[in-house]
Design a protein. Structure first.
Length: 246
């Protein structure tokens, strides 16, 4: 793998993916960020037990792609290096499992990890997802997440309940002492009723990385996870098992 890319663009994408990287994960490879360089561009993926985030940098936004390839780079050290670099562009290349990061003023070497050790995570997408404005989603989460429980004794209450019936979306959060509920009307009626619970802390991470613009996002809901798709990001979260209190 060998490429030249703008430092600020790489930092922007690393800051998004790093929300899903834990430095305390017992699986060493999950402490890293997966780099996958193809002719289409650069895919960055981070994952932990709860969420997986993948961002994409189109090939036209990359200064130079000399050699395609893939590797896992330790997230903590990579972020530390990238944030300190003052040069406009950064060179990244691999030699086996060695990662060489260089600029006009210096060079860094990191030990990478085998790409094949990373879990095979699939982002399943539906043909007819739910389309919502991302500012509306951010507003819903901000107005309900404060009431989410922090007590693991009742895990179901640590999430926000999303219920969709027809063209109505009802979001509820409670810690059994207080309750917040937000009801909005969707642009399109849904053929099936939906009743899921998404971990509150995962949704708080989501709104940190959604930009403040008026674009739409896609919600792809499955039996055990949800995938939220934007123009250049996929955000996957597990769902909480159990029935949310009425």
């Amino acid at each position: 793998m060998k490429l030249v890319i703008k430092t600020n663009l790489l930092n922007e994408k690393l800051n998004i993916v790093s929300k899903a990287v834990s430095t305390k994960n017992i699986i060493p490879v999950l402490n890293g960020i997966k780099f996958e360089l193809t002719k289409e561009g650069l895919y960055l993926t981070g994952s932990n037990d709860d969420i997986t985030i993948q961002t994409h940098i189109n090939n036209k936004d990359i200064n130079e792609i000399s050699e395609e390839g893939n590797i896992i780079i330790p997230g903590k050290y990579l972020l530390g290096i990238a944030r300190k670099i003052q040069s406009e562009v950064i060179n990244i290349e691999t030699d086996g499992l060695k990662v060489i990061i260089s600029t006009d003023t210096g060079e860094y070497t990191l030990n990478g990890m085998d790409f094949n050790e990373f879990p095979n995570i699939k982002f399943d997408l539906l043909d007819n997802p739910i389309i919502m404005n991302q500012l509306v989603i951010k507003n819903i989460i901000n107005q309900t997440s404060f009431a989410v429980s922090t007590q693991e004794s009742r895990p179901i209450l640590t999430g926000i309940n999303f219920k969709i019936s027809g063209d109505s979306l009802e979001c509820t959060a409670t810690d059994s002492y207080r309750l917040a509920r937000k009801i909005i009307k969707l642009d399109k009626k849904q053929s099936e009723n939906i009743n899921i619970v998404i971990p509150g802390r995962n949704l708080l991470e989501l709104i940190k990385i959604l930009p403040e613009d008026d674009k739409n996002i896609e919600l792809h809901i499955f039996s055990n996870n949800i995938v939220i798709k934007t123009e250049d990001m996929l955000f996957q979260s597990r769902l909480l098992n159990g029935t949310y209190p009425d």
